[in-house]
Design a protein around this ligand. Structure first.
Ligand code: PMP
Length: 298
């Protein structure tokens, strides 16, 4: 079935990907006026669905996108798309835009949302499993500043990803055979030079066996993988600190890793070209993450 054209969910109907289109007047396209979630499924079940549903609702509330769809209706559309594509271990993208409205920039209260579910195959990954990535990542601090919370709250996961796109573009250089990247992930700092997060990931480091990650007081997306990893660390009695850190803290750390829904835990081997030593904590947390997935879904 995997050779067949993927099928996506658009405004209540499952359609072939080539027919999955939205209006050029859609505000998601015009202004990035949309909320979304990236999810994954293990054995056909959405990982941390409640947390994703909460974050999506928080984003829609913040944007005043009153879409009128229940969490269970959204979940039903995801499940329907998975079945239509015969997928068990999948990447899922759920987006809700403010849709098409009369007038220009000013949002109108009446919302006919555009709701899209896209899916793709995503085999299980992680340190021990079948790898979805090519080994440890490299991380590079960029000049692009993380959008401050008072401009666009970081807890809102919206279609506006220009901040991360500009950060990733900084990593692009001209190689002999075309564009190359100087690192796998861009590290964004706030106005005062404190570490915030990667373009699409949260960042952690380990020093003297204690785990550190930038606190959510700064402009940091409350990553669902971040939250699971913090829980696992606390259960394992690993000291956990959520604080303010500099790129130097990462460059001199014992271990550095990134988290997001698709990467799960992704070890980092270099920060700004400086080698980061390995250690026991990242593999341990990765193993605990795998065990949790194994226990809950298989
Ligand atoms: N920060 C940003 C900016 C992201 O786009 C993502 C990916 N959604 C994350 C962090 C990680 O979040 P999660 O673990 O929920 O995927």
């Amino acid at each position: 079935e995997r050779d067949a054209e993927p099928r996506f969910h658009v405004d209540g109907a499952v359609v072939p990907a080539s027919e999955a289109t939205v209006s050029v007047r859609d505000r998601g396209f015009r202004y990035g006026d949309a909320a979304f979630e990236t999810l994954r499924t293990y054995a056909g079940d959405v990982f941390e669905w409640a947390a994703h549903a909460d974050r999506l609702r928080a984003t829609c509330d913040l944007l005043s996108i009153d879409h009128g769809l229940s969490d269970s209706e959204l979940r039903r559309r995801i499940d329907e798309t998975l079945v239509a594509n015969d997928l068990d271990d999948a990447y899922v993208r759920l987006s809700i835009s403010r849709g098409v409205q009369p007038g220009k920039l000013t949002p109108q209260p009446d919302v006919t949302p555009t709701v899209v579910v896209e899916v793709d195959a995503l085999p299980r990954g992680g340190l021990e499993g079948e790898s979805v990535w090519d080994g440890p990542a490299t991380l590079q601090t960029v000049k692009t500043q993380r959008v401050p919370d008072r401009a666009i709250p970081a807890r809102a996961k919206t279609h506006n990803y220009l901040n991360g796109i500009l950060a990733r573009l900084e990593l692009r250089i001209d190689g002999p055979d075309g564009p190359e990247t100087t690192a796998d992930e861009a590290l964004l700092l706030d106005a005062d030079g404190a570490v915030t997060e990667g373009a699409t990931s949260n960042v952690f480091f380990v020093d003297d066996r204690a785990l550190h990650t930038p606190s959510l007081d700064g402009p940091v997306l409350p990553g669902i993988t971040r939250s699971v990893v913090l829980d696992l660390a606390r259960e394992e009695r690993i000291p956990v600190n959520e604080g303010r850190y500099t790129p130097d803290d990462l460059r001199s750390a014992d271990e550095v890793f990134l988290t997001n829904t698709t990467w799960e835990l992704r070890p980092v081997s270099k920060v700004d070209g400086i080698e980061v030593g390995g250690g026991p904590v990242t593999p341990l947390l990765s193993k605990l993450f795998d065990a949790r997935v194994e226990g809950e879904y298989y």
